[in-house]
Design a protein around this ligand. Structure first.
Ligand code: PLP
Length: 456
């Protein structure tokens, strides 16, 4: 029967998911899928966490929703307390929304309003990085740097300036040290600020560990310290987007913990609710809270579902599972085990150019030629083939194309649940290896220069 749902891709007949159990999802035909990507880095607790489900149920019995223009609610207050208690001292409050794009929109408006309150209304420019992903609403898409995602909506996007990502596999020069590479990128950011006007930039926006569009690329040591220095030199706010890489995914609650500096605003979502309820948030530093309190007094923003009580109750239970429940402590060792296993299987694979990532946020970048790093012809849509073959094998992974520039390059992102056992990692790698083999076999001309007509 024809569907009346406007699906993501109406050409695809999606299997219908009916049940989740631990690391697995089941479709209506009873087929089982190992969720090795947490959907898109969401389901960090797997799909049947009783504590989270029961916390949401209890909240729904008590109070499902109370509009935040009238009331606060208990789970929202408790969740904010829990996040602030574990954040650096610079942070004072949390603004709760319903997802990652909303979190980015709120952070951009908050950053702009901060300068208006401070008497610097001339600050109007945003700087972000090429090949980044910050969401699909218009503001988030505008700061996002993925050319393909932006292209057809370009006339609707507010202007944003994009600088290079920190992508050592392809962009670090031969013989360049981490420190020299970080310095070069910081200089590029500084040049962009000076070009736009030294007192006219609002914020620099970056994913701490780049996720969807670049594939689990961690910054080189010192990069964010240099970035922080440049931002401070010109009074520019630093917004770190941890929608995908935060909330324990890289081994710590905050991915920026490893970077030796503190941002001004941090966006979170995905793992915050772990998929049990839609929720996102913006961590707001004291200086921003104070500027608004001393100025107009309120943030001129809002949505109907801000701080939804049932969503906050679910996210609070997720925090308890991460900390008291000990799940966060599993991420680093399990991530290292996954890395070892990926290297054992793909370390000398002729089409795997790099194995990278942090914690349980890992990726392999696919190349036609390891020596030259030549990507596959984009017309082959190798990433789509891998996804199809993986699903057929009962594996959810997160392949993406356009790794280099929005058009060329393919990678496969893995973000397994923190509850995974070694056997799940083995199953993931065995199925991924099979899917990659099938995808390459189905694209016999999977080499540079293959014709567009090869597309299946
Ligand atoms: C880094 C980052 N920011 C923002 C978003 C947008 O989040 P959402 O899809 O919840 O709107 C995503 C989604 O993948 C993301 O990876």
């Amino acid at each position: 029967m024809a569907t009346h749902v406007f699906h993501r891709d109406p050409r695809i007949a999606y299997p219908v998911a009916v049940r989740g159990e631990g690391c697995y999802l089941y479709d209506r035909e009873g087929k089982r899928y190992l969720d090795a990507s947490g959907g898109a880095s969401v389901s960090c607790l797997g799909h049947s966490d009783r504590a989270v489900i029961e916390a949401i149920q209890r909240q729904l019995e008590k109070l499902p929703f109370a509009h935040t223009s009238f009331f606060s609610n208990e789970p929202m207050e408790a969740l904010a307390d829990a996040l602030i208690a574990r954040a650096p001292k610079a942070f004072e409050k949390v603004y709760f929304v319903s997802g990652g794009s909303e979190a980015i929109e709120a952070s951009l408006k908050l950053a702009r309003q901060y300068f208006v309150e401070k008497g610097e209304p001339q600050r109007r420019h945003l700087i972000a990085r090429r090949q980044s992903y910050h969401g699909n609403t218009l503001g988030a898409l505008a700061v996002g740097g993925n050319a393909w995602r932006r292209k057809q909506f370009e006339p609707l996007l507010i202007s944003a300036t994009h600088v290079s990502p920190c992508y050592p596999y392809r962009d670090r020069k031969a013989g360049e040290t981490d420190a020299a590479y970080a310095e070069r990128l910081a200089n590029e950011l500084e040049a962009a600020i000076l070009r736009l006007g030294r007192d006219s930039v609002i914020a620099f926006v970056a994913e701490t560990v780049a996720g969807a569009t670049l594939g689990a690329v961690a910054p080189v040591p010192g990069y964010f310290q240099r970035v922080r220095e440049v931002c401070d030199r010109y009074g520019v706010l630093l917004i770190l987007d941890e929608v995908m890489c935060g909330m324990g995914r890289c081994g710590a609650l905050w991915a920026f913990d490893e970077e030796g500096m503190v941002p001004d605003l941090v966006t979170i979502a995905k793992g915050l609710g772990a998929g049990y309820q839609p929720i996102g948030g913006v961590m707001v530093s004291k200086k921003i809270c104070e500027a608004i309190a001393a100025g107009s007094g309120f943030f001129q923003h809002g949505h109907t579902y801000l701080g939804h009580a049932a969503a906050c109750a679910g996210a609070l239970a997720v925090q308890e599972r991460l900390h008291a429940g000990g799940l966060l402590a599993r991420v680093t060792p399990l991530g290292e085990l996954l890395d070892q296993k990926l290297r054992a299987t793909f370390g000398s694979h002729p089409n795997v150019g790099e194995i990278r990532g942090r914690g349980l946020f890992r990726a392999i970048e696919l190349v036609a030629d390891r020596a030259t790093k030549e990507p596959f012809d984009p017309a082959l849509r190798l990433h789509a083939r891998v996804k199809k073959e993986a699903l057929a094998a009962g594996l959810m992974c997160y392949p993406m194309g356009g790794t280099l520039d929005g058009s060329r390059g393919d990678h496969v992102l893995l973000a397994p649940p923190f509850i995974a056992e070694e056997a799940h990692l083995d199953e993931c790698i065995e199925k991924l290896e099979r899917a990659l083999r099938a995808a390459l076999a189905a694209a016999p001309s999977a080499a540079p220069g293959a014709k567009a007509s090869m597309v299946g």
